[in-house]
Design a protein around this ligand. Structure first.
Ligand code: ADP
Ligand code: MG
Length: 359
């Protein structure tokens, strides 16, 4: 178990981590989600005593990190851009770590086998691909057979096979009763891996919830109806007391009604339908709405480039591209300039508030 209490980190004027308090429990995968720059890596570094908190504390199984006699046997971690000695073989990298932490030599062979690097154990790690490097980093995290494991953005840059492997490993470790804490800036990734979710934005806690509850509360469901007779459908929906949002000419999003009932309604009014489908808003969207206020940078849309999104259309924001603060931050900090169209910032939220008042 990891207990974070009032954890705060200030770099000059920048408050990177802002009074965070939460617990990470054993037996489940806990996702640590937040846009780039939210303070995930800083929090994780403080958990490992690699950075000093400005205030607050972290306890690992009830103790401070520096009070742990053999830290690697309590907590193992893969941090971003794991530094390994490139001139050493994979085996020797792990052996050094084992010897300096009183871990038996045969454990090196075990973890190499667990991460699938046995065949390349005698190769120098500087020649490793990103995926192999991640596997070696994970091997070092597993070396002390710790009860607590922490992974900072472990799937970044991995191929699908590597991503699948890491997900399976994290779930297996949690199923063994270990505490597994994994960060990501992608909701789509967390949705597939995490049982519990801790969401932060600009260093602050935004949500601490089970994945199931997050989905339940944040994934809006609605029916999409498309017709060549929008006037008639609008009247029919109004007559039935149904709130609808017209997202495009002739396309409606209707909340609080099943597709069956809508099909009947259209038939009764002799309205032709070109589409009638049940939809669920993506979790990526829910995450982006939650963190919109807390994002440091917005993508910049050039003059005349595109228009604000018509509405919360599922699948409109591809995972990895529309990710909050994704990659190369370009825009100014929030508040210095109105958010440009095509971002998922305040404009979007406001638009949505208006639309949700009904068509
Ligand atoms: P995340 O891992 O969620 O992307 P980080 O923890 O890396 O976020 O960064 C949080 C904030 O703290 C960012 O604004 C980042 O620029 C800042 N920051 C992180 N490390 C340092 C540092 N060593 N010195 C100054 N600022 C830092
Ligand atoms: Mg980070």
């Amino acid at each position: 178990m990891i207990e974070v209490e009032g954890l705060t980190k200030r770099y000059g004027r920048k408050l990177a981590v802002d009074h965070l308090s939460f617990q990470v429990r054993p037996g489940v995968v806990t996702g640590f989600l937040g846009p780039n720059g939210a303070g995930k890596s800083t929090t994780m570094r403080m958990m490992l005593d690699l950075d000093n908190p400005t205030s607050g504390s972290v306890r690992i199984d009830g103790r401070m990190y520096h009070e742990l006699a053999d830290p690697l046997k309590h907590i193992g971690a893969l941090l971003e851009a794991k530094a390994m000695h490139g001139g050493r073989t994979a085996y020797n990298n792990l052996l050094c770590l084992a010897q300096s932490n009183r871990i038996p030599r045969q454990r090196v062979d075990q973890v190499l086998d667990m991460v699938g690097l046995t065949a390349v154990a005698k190769r120098k790690s500087k020649g490793f691909s990103l995926g192999m490097g991640q596997r070696l980093g994970i091997a070092s995290a597993l070396l002390g057979d710790p009860e607590i494991l922490m992974f900072d953005e472990p799937v970044n840059g991995l191929d699908p096979e590597g991503i699948h492997w890491i997900r399976t490993l994290m779930k297996a470790l949690a199923a063994e009763g270990r505490t597994v804490f994994v960060s990501s800036h992608l909701m789509s990734e967390m949705a597939l891996t995490a049982d519990h979710l801790i969401v932060i934005g600009q260093g602050r806690l935004l949500a601490n919830t089970s994945m199931a509850d997050f989905i339940q509360q944040n994934s809006r469901s609605f029916a999409r109806v498309r017709t060549p007779q929008p006037e008639q459908l609008r009247d029919a929906l109004r007559g039935a007391g149904l709130a609808a949002t017209e997202t495009d000419n002739g396309t409606f999003e209707v909340e609080g009604s099943e597709t069956e009932a809508l099909g009947e309604l259209a038939a009764t009014h002799r309205i032709t339908l070109h589409e009638l489908s049940a939809q669920r808003a993506s979790l990526e969207e829910a995450f982006m709405q939650m963190t919109a206020e807390a994002v440091e940078y917005h993508a910049h849309a050039g003059p005349g480039e595109g228009a604000p999104p018509a509405g919360p259309v599922p699948g409109q924001v591809p995972a990895g591209q529309g990710a909050p603060g994704a990659g190369q931050a370009q825009g100014p900090a929030r508040g210095q300039q109105p958010p440009a169209p095509q971002t998922w910032g305040q404009d979007w939220n406001q638009g949505q508030d208006q639309r949700s008042k009904g068509a």
